[in-house]
Design a protein around this ligand. Structure first.
Ligand code: PLP
Length: 374
């Protein structure tokens, strides 16, 4: 049975070049970057070249890139230090953020008694920017945390516009860009933004490594303490092989962006066309102009099919999901779809199909054929 992987928003396959680069570093560049001898200096130079490469792609300076263990860690760090050290008294976010942001803010609210306001989400999953402007008219030190691309429905936020709104209202702006880095052109120089986070395993790099962009002189403080690594902002011996793998993955994604996007766009359009033929009553959760890598569909199947649909597709070798990976085993409906769909539609099966350049039309045909047997 041919297996089909259409769950690239959960994680992605490593590029072979990334594996090669990481293997080389593991075998040869094993020094501790903090050591002053030649082994250490070599590891340090490999590390700093990776930082420079990532910074160049995002058009920021290398000092503004801080390596973390993952996107979740980076989100937690930024939000917590913003409240604790930058004296942010209010966080504005949406109810469709990733749990790495939503749950962190819930905890901060309890711990620091900050004000938390949720900006409205339109029925198509877009953030209501008029509501954001209204919310920011209050005179209170605020941080806005809105994700660039939603990991379940693929809607894209206009970060330039949100950055301008935040700037005009003296609010800090943090964006979880885990689903957009390596997939969209991102220029942080032309965007008024204070913090962003990314995670390597979403763009064909290794798991367990991510980075944060922390704007120069932001005043952000570390969450834990130890050595002087990452200028003391994120102590702990650096995972050099992971960092090099992440930089290599981002370089390749960046270099191949246009061709791979084109290929993925073709697959998404092909899937929509096939669904229109086979299941004409299906609906898209989100917008048609969302990111090409993610398509979330509401299937015109009875409610009774919902609980077993992922299992039944898996039996046929098809990997898709119902929402984020952390929830896919849960029977609870997705918190993102709960903000957009009626109670009736929420009971029906919705699927998130997420693509990479490794997918083919054949994968789509196998997926649609499997759906027909459900
Ligand atoms: N934010 C978004 C939007 C995500 O999709 C994910 C991954 O599922 C995360 C954060 C968490 O990233 P990580 O797996 O690196 O902790």
């Amino acid at each position: 049975m041919k297996k089909v992987y259409l769950d690239n928003a959960s994680t992605t396959q490593l590029r072979p070049e990334v594996v090669r680069e990481m293997t080389k570093v593991l075998a040869e560049d094993f020094g501790n970057p903090s050591s002053t001898h030649s082994f250490g200096r070599n590891a340090k130079s490999v590390l700093e070249l990776s930082r420079k490469s990532i910074a160049k792609i995002l058009n920021v300076s290398a000092q503004e890139i801080v390596f973390t263990s993952c996107g979740t860690e980076a989100n937690n760090w930024i939000l917590r230090s913003a409240v604790r050290d930058l004296k942010v008294k209010r966080i504005v976010l949406s109810k469709i953020e990733h749990h790495a942001v939503l749950h962190t803010v819930e905890h901060l609210q309890k711990e620091f008694e900050i004000q938390v306001d949720y900006v409205s989400v339109k029925p198509n999953g877009e953030i209501d920017l008029t509501d954001l402007v209204d919310l920011l008219s209050q005179d209170i030190k605020t941080l806005v945390s809105l994700m660039h691309v939603n990991n379940e429905i693929g809607t894209v936020l206009n970060i330039e516009k949100v950055g301008r709104i935040c700037e005009q209202n003296n609010a800090l702006f943090h964006s979880d860009m885990v689903q957009s880095v390596g997939k969209l052109v991102i220029d942080l120089k032309t965007t008024s933004i204070d913090f962003m986070v990314a995670s390597a395993h979403k763009f064909h790099g290794p798991k367990g490594i991510g980075f944060a962009f922390i704007k120069k002189n932001s005043g952000l403080q570390p969450l834990f303490f130890g050595g002087e690594q990452e200028k003391g902002l994120r102590p702990g011996t650096e995972a050099v092989h992971q960092i090099v793998g992440m930089a290599k993955a981002l370089e390749l994604s960046d270099a191949n962006l246009a061709t791979e996007r084109n290929h993925i766009q073709g697959l998404k359009n092909y899937l929509i066309a096939q669904l229109e033929i086979e299941f004409p009553a299906f609906a898209i959760n989100g917008t048609l102009d969302g990111i090409d890598t993610i398509l979330n569909v509401l299937l015109p199947f009875p409610d009774t099919k919902t609980s077993m649909i992922l299992f039944n597709l898996d039996m046929k070798g098809i990997a898709v999901s119902r929402g984020s990976a952390c929830q896919s085993g849960s029977i609870k409906p997705s918190h993102v779809l709960a903000e957009m769909l009626s109670k009736e539609d929420l009971k029906k099966p919705s699927l998130r199909i997420s693509f990479s350049h490794y997918n083919t039309k054949d994968d789509i045909d196998l997926f649609v054929a499997a759906l027909k047997t459900i």
